[in-house]
Design a protein around this ligand. Structure first.
Ligand code: V47
Ligand code: SF4
Length: 389
């Protein structure tokens, strides 16, 4: 729900943002036209200051992170030809196609640092050979080997795929996989809900309404989920706002979303990047920060907005901590999806690096669990040398 936010209007230079600032200060919900104005503005610092104030009113000065490990068990995907933005998927017989055996999953999971990893983040392709039984065995096996580790797995698109190939309802898939060990669900597969954009970039994928329906069912069952938006390709500002509006509506209804994570489109090694002539040109820092800040302001019923440093670089992620972000994607071991699509960032970040980024932004780092309960707050760093005398 919107809350009143203390904010100094003099930090805004674009007059179009002033009526929006008044709403933020009064704790009034932003209308779609307000969201569009936020995307159109060049007053990035004014926008960021407003988003920062809104974040501080909810989360204070603390920035959280979770220590997690990504496991991508299969890149075989029946939508390989129609999700034109995806660089990761392969057809079953295509070079580079893989599907882990259970032994490979156990092996990859065993390579984690048992003291650090608290969450497995498991997503992959829509593989005809990876149905309910495959994930049932995987989650049970992972829980048997690492009972303390939280399993955040399977996007709405994957859940719907399993339901289809195993002729089960989405509800029954969720109930069954929860019994096997599924704790929460990640937010991937949302892309942009607008049917026009979906027809261009992900023609055969679950529709936006169906994505929302799967999340609604999960929330009804008490399974918390994240949500995302893939930006920086063919969508308009209006498409973005409609997308955020649908997420906000479901959150009003269920309160089941944990966090919102905008995902920056990576144009390398995929058909869309070639078609748009965008190969080698990722999203701009300006747009990355705008998406995070607008997400914070428009999604007034979300507590957590997460920046994904692998997608937007650690430098932008650090700056985003002053643009409404209160959570950083954590220590990620062996991430594949964005690296196939041209992300040049490292595949894992150590605890020390994360602490350095958060402290460098003047914030207080805190490790959290998968439900955003703070586990340990890291003490304030020693004063910088220049001040120490
Ligand atoms: O659904 C695919 C996106 C998603 C590209 O919930 C691409 O905590 C950019 O679900 N450029 C999967 N993005 C990742 C995902 C996720 C990631 C981080 C945090 C969470 C969370 C969830 O990755 C896909 C798709 O939207 N994706 N290809 C690409 N070329
Ligand atoms: Fe398959 Fe997901 Fe890639 Fe689409 S984005 S091709 S569903 S792995």
């Amino acid at each position: 729900m919107p809350i009143a936010v203390p904010f100094d209007r003099s930090r805004i230079t674009d007059p179009a943002l002033l009526p929006i600032a008044d709403k933020v200060i009064a704790g009034e919900r932003l209308a779609p036209a307000d969201g569009a104005a936020l995307f159109h503005t060049a007053d990035l610092l004014g926008l960021g200051a407003m988003a920062d104030a809104s974040n501080r009113a909810r989360n204070g000065n603390v920035v959280t992170f979770a220590a997690n490990q990504h496991i991508n068990p299969t890149n075989v995907c029946i939508l390989r030809k129609t999700c034109v933005f995806c660089s990761y998927a392969r057809l079953p017989k295509e070079a580079g196609a893989y599907r882990y055996t259970m032994e490979q999953v156990w092996e990859e999971a065993a390579s984690v640092d048992g003291d650090i990893t608290r969450e497995f983040h498991i997503v992959g392709g829509l593989d005809m050979q990876a149905g309910f039984a495959y994930y049932d065995e995987m989650f049970r096996g992972l829980k048997a080997r690492h009972p303390q580790v939280h399993i955040k797995a399977l996007t709405a698109v994957e859940i719907a795929h399993i339901a289809r190939i195993d002729k089960m309802s989405v509800r029954d898939v969720l109930i069954g996989l929860r019994e096997a060990g599924l704790d929460t669900m990640p937010g991937g597969g949302a892309e942009v809900f607008s049917p026009g954009v979906r027809a261009t970039i992900a023609e055969k994928k679950l529709s936006g309404t169906e994505y929302i329906d799967v999340h609604r069912t999960a929330h009804e069952l008490g399974i918390r989920t994240n949500c995302t938006m893939l930006y920086g390709h063919v969508e308009t500002y209006e498409d973005r706002i409609n997308h955020l509006g649908m997420l906000r509506d479901l959150q009003d209804e269920t309160g089941g979303f944990l966090a919102y994570i905008p995902l920056a489109y990576h144009p390398d090694n995929n058909e869309l990047g070639v078609e748009l002539g965008r190969t080698g040109t990722a999203t701009t820092g300006f747009d990355d920060l705008k998406n995070l800040a607008v997400g914070r302001l428009f999604l007034d019923n979300f507590t957590h907005v997460k920046s994904h440093w692998i997608m937007v670089t650690p430098a932008i992620s650090q700056m985003s901590l002053h643009f409404g972000v209160n959570d950083l994607e954590g220590t990620v071991v062996r991430e594949k999806i964005y690296h196939e699509a041209g992300a040049h960032t490292s595949q894992a970040m150590s605890l020390d690096e994360i602490l350095r980024l958060i402290r460098g932004a003047g914030k207080t780092p805190a490790e959290r669990d998968s439900f955003y309960t703070v586990l340990r707050v890291f003490d304030q760093p020693p004063r910088p040398r220049a001040e120490a005398a």
